[in-house]
Write a protein that binds this ligand. Structure first.
Ligand SMILES: [Zn+2]
Length: 61
């Protein structure tokens, strides 16, 4: 099995992690209940997505 010849320097480790850094999640307001929710996702408060109920409140935990 291939093994790295040299260990990564602290600088290279940090540079790689900085490159993979995620952006902050964006929030929109639900069109049905107005709760803050992420775009392209079902509203966690009411289960609405694109103007209709996708997840009923009985199913939601
Ligand atoms: Zn909602």
């Amino acid at each position: 099995m291939a093994v790295p010849k040299r260990r990564k320097s602290h600088s290279k480790t940090r540079l790689g992690r900085a490159n993979k850094a995620l952006t902050k999640p964006r929030f929109i307001h639900c069109s049905n209940c107005g709760a803050a929710t992420q775009p392209h996702r079902v509203c966690e408060a009411c289960g609405y997505f694109q103007g209709r109920v996708v997840v009923s409140q009985e199913e939601a935990p």
